[in-house]
Design a protein around this ligand. Structure first.
Ligand SMILES: [Zn+2]
Length: 342
C-alpha cells in the first residue's frame, strides 16, 4: 500500500513536471514566433526605407543632370526658344549670344533676334510721342523689327498710353530733350537739366538701355555740347524731309532708295503721312535684305558708341575707314518747322 502511494505521488510529480515542461516549451515557441514576427516587420520597414532613399537619390541625380544640361543651353518648349544662363535660370530681357542679339518676353521666350552678321539699318522717329506712336510701335512689332524713338520728355505725360507701347514693342526710347530745346542755345547746366529730366521720363516708361542715346533738337551740336554731353550723339544719314513734304509717297521713296548697310533714317512720329509711308517702308526694306533695328543694336557689333561722339551712320567694322569721309560731311536740313509746332 505504502509503495502504491509513493508510486502515485511519484507519478503525479512526474506529470506536473511534464506539464511544466510542455508549458515551458509552449512559452518558448510563442516567444520565438513573436520575436520572429516583430523582426520580420522591422526588416520589411527597413527595406522599404532603403528603397525610398534609393528612389530619392535617383530623383536628385536626375534633377542635377537636368540642371547641368540647362546651363548655358538653349531649350525648345512649345515651339518657343529659351536660353538657360550660367546660373541654370531662364534669361529674360535683351541679351547677346555669339553674334546675335536676343529679345525675350517676360517668360524668357525669344520674341526677336538680330543677326550681327547681316545688313541692318536703323529707322528713327523724332518729336513724339503722339497720337500715332502706338501705330508705329505695332507696325514694327508686327514685322519682328524695331525702331528708335527720340522723344520729347514733356510730351510723355500727354501721350502716356501711346508712349508705353514703345518699350512693350521692344523698340528703343531715346532722348530729344525735355522741351525740344536747341542745346547750343542754353548753358551747360541748362543742357544737363534738359537731358536728365528727359532721361528720367524715359526710364519711367521702361527704357533699360545702359546709356540712353541723345539726338539734339535741330541736329544742333557745337563743341560745348560735344564736350559736356554724357551720351552718344545720334544724327542721321538719310533725311526723308517728312515734316516738310507731308507726302507719304515722297517719304517712302526717300527712305527706300539707295539705302546702305548701317544707314540711320530720320522721320518724325507726328504725321499721319509718315505713318502711311512707314507701313510701306518697313516691309520694303526687309525685302531689300535689311534688318530694322534700334540704334543701340546697330552699334552692338560695330564698335559700340562713345559718349560725346557724333554718329551719322554706323557701318560694319570692316568698311569703317572708307566711311570716315562720309561721316565728316554734315547732313543738315532741319526740323525747325517741327520745333515751332511744339
Ligand atoms: Zn526734333
Amino acid at each position: 500500500m505504502e509503495k502504491t502511494r509513493e508510486d502515485l505521488v511519484g507519478k503525479m510529480k512526474k506529470k506536473k513536471k511534464l506539464v511544466r515542461m510542455v508549458l515551458y516549451i509552449g512559452l518558448v515557441l510563442v516567444l520565438g514566433m513573436v520575436i520572429y514576427q516583430v523582426r520580420s516587420a522591422y526588416l520589411r520597414a527597413e527595406a522599404a526605407k532603403a528603397a525610398e532613399a534609393k528612389k530619392q537619390a535617383q530623383e536628385e541625380a536626375r534633377r542635377k543632370e537636368e540642371a547641368r544640361k540647362k546651363k548655358n543651353e538653349w531649350v525648345k518648349k512649345d515651339g518657343k526658344s529659351y536660353y538657360y544662363g550660367e546660373d541654370g535660370k531662364v534669361v529674360i530681357g535683351r541679351y547677346i549670344q555669339e553674334k546675335k542679339i536676343y529679345y525675350t518676353d517676360d517668360t524668357g521666350a525669344v520674341v526677336r533676334t538680330v543677326d550681327g552678321e547681316k545688313p541692318m539699318v536703323a529707322i528713327t522717329y523724332d518729336d513724339g510721342p503722339s497720337q500715332f506712336t502706338d501705330d508705329f510701335a505695332q507696325l514694327f512689332k508686327k514685322h519682328d523689327s524695331a525702331a528708335t524713338f527720340f522723344e520729347v520728355g514733356n510730351r510723355m505725360n500727354e501721350f502716356e498710353e501711346e508712349a508705353k507701347t514703345i518699350t512693350e514693342a521692344y523698340c528703343e526710347l531715346a532722348n530729344h530733350t525735355y522741351t525740344h530745346q536747341n542745346l547750343t542755345r542754353v548753358s551747360v547746366s541748362g543742357m544737363h537739366n534738359q537731358l536728365n529730366k528727359c532721361d528720367r521720363k524715359l526710364r519711367e516708361f521702361g527704357e533699360q538701355a545702359e546709356t540712353i542715346l541723345v539726338r539734339p533738337p535741330e541736329g544742333a551740336v557745337n563743341e560745348t555740347v560735344k564736350k559736356n554731353i554724357h551720351a552718344p550723339i545720334i544724327l542721321w544719314s538719310v533725311d526723308t524731309l517728312d515734316w516738310k513734304s507731308r507726302n507719304a509717297e515722297s517719304v517712302y521713296r526717300k527712305a527706300t532708295t539707295n539705302i546702305k548697310d548701317g544707314d540711320i533714317i530720320l522721320m518724325h512720329s507726328l504725321y499721319e503721312s509718315t505713318l502711311k509711308a512707314s507701313k510701306r517702308i518697313v516691309p520694303e526694306l526687309i525685302d531689300q535684305g535689311y534688318q530694322l533695328v534700334t540704334v543701340t543694336d546697330l552699334a552692338q557689333f560695330r564698335g559700340g558708341l562713345k559718349n560725346g561722339e557724333k554718329y551719322f551712320d554706323i557701318k560694319p567694322v570692316e568698311s569703317e575707314k572708307e566711311d570716315q569721309k562720309s561721316q565728316d560731311e554734315t547732313t543738315t536740313t532741319e526740323e525747325e518747322k517741327t520745333t515751332e509746332e511744339l
